[in-house]
Design a binder for this molecule. Structure first.
Ligand SMILES: Cc1cc2nc3c(=O)[nH]c(=O)nc-3n(C[C@H](O)[C@H](O)[C@H](O)COP(=O)(O)O)c2cc1C
Length: 252
């Protein structure tokens, strides 16, 4: 498959066969995904791969718990469809539960890959601030006016929190690249997958099972396995895409 074919053929699969995915294939998929770009090439991703048995236990423990918190968003999404307008509240709720049971609840036994990362610490924030301050004094050496120095210092102080937020977002974006990379690498190797963030709602409980320390945070889960549906029909949701609104800017 070409890159374009793989990108377009990947679909979120929630209904899997009980076919095991060997460790060697999981390893190869993770190795491919590790080529994802990351901010400052920090590669912040860490990964826990669950065995077939542990994956089954994970699903049994957390599938319902995770979705409990997502169902309200599903109701809001369904309500935005014109077909829901005629329905009573009871019927809409019924439809939410049906959609969940028929489409989104995970079936079969996919393997669980949990992606986690080290939470940025206050120490790192302080380190960054000190580095910025040191560079500031270095650059201000050439500036004579005390007013200009003060103005630049205020700007630096105002910027530091924003810089930290930008750095945090860069870590999340890097993790997202890796996550998507896993799904593409899986597809390329004939393995189906689905990114699952619903389990994050169960984080306080599953932290212990995943053996994560207090300093580590779950980013998301990718399920991998073999779809129980025929090729091309793996995705349960609509597979169409809106065309991207591009604002072509010839000049600034
Ligand atoms: C960050 C992220 C979180 C997602 N979380 C879930 C989830 O918790 N459960 C689920 O069934 N699908 C989840 N998905 C899959 C999306 O629903 C899916 O990508 C989207 O509907 C488009 O369908 P497609 O992937 O088949 O093209 C998630 C996708 C992303 C990118």
């Amino acid at each position: 498959m070409t890159a374009s074919e793989t990108i377009r053929a990947r679909a979120s699969v929630r209904h899997f066969m009980n076919t095991p995915i060997p460790d060697s294939i999981v390893q190869a998929i993770i190795d491919d995904a590790s080529w994802a770009p990351s901010a400052g090439n920090m590669q912040p991703w860490r990964v826990a791969v669950l065995s077939e048995k542990a994956s089954q236990q994970f699903r049994d423990r957390y599938e319902a718990l995770g979705w409990e918190s997502v169902l309200p968003s599903l109701r809001v999404a369904l309500l935005s469809h014109a077909s829901s307008h005629q329905k009573t509240s009871w019927e809409v709720n019924q439809q939410v539960m049906q959609t969940y049971q028929q489409q989104v609840v995970v079936k079969g036994t996919p393997r669980v890959i949990a992606i986690y990362y080290d939470k940025p610490t206050l120490k790192e924030f302080n380190q960054l601030s000190l580095a910025a301050l040191s560079l500031f004094w270095h650059r201000m050496g050439a500036v004579k006016s005390p007013v200009k120095k003060l103005a630049a210092f205020i700007q630096l102080a105002l910027r530091s929190r924003r810089d930290y937020r930008v750095a945090q977002n860069a870590v999340k974006a890097s993790l997202a690249n890796f996550t998507y990379g896993l799904t593409l690498a899986a597809k390329q190797r004939g393995v189906d997958s689905c990114i699952q963030f619903s389990y994050n709602h169960a984080f306080p409980w599953l932290r212990k099972d995943l053996k994560l320390s207090r300093k580590q945070k779950l980013f998301g889960v990718v399920l991998i396995g073999v779809s129980s549906k025929p090729a091309g029909l793996e995705g349960v949701n609509s597979r169409n895409r809106r065309s991207v609104a591009i604002q072509w800017l010839p000049t600034l």
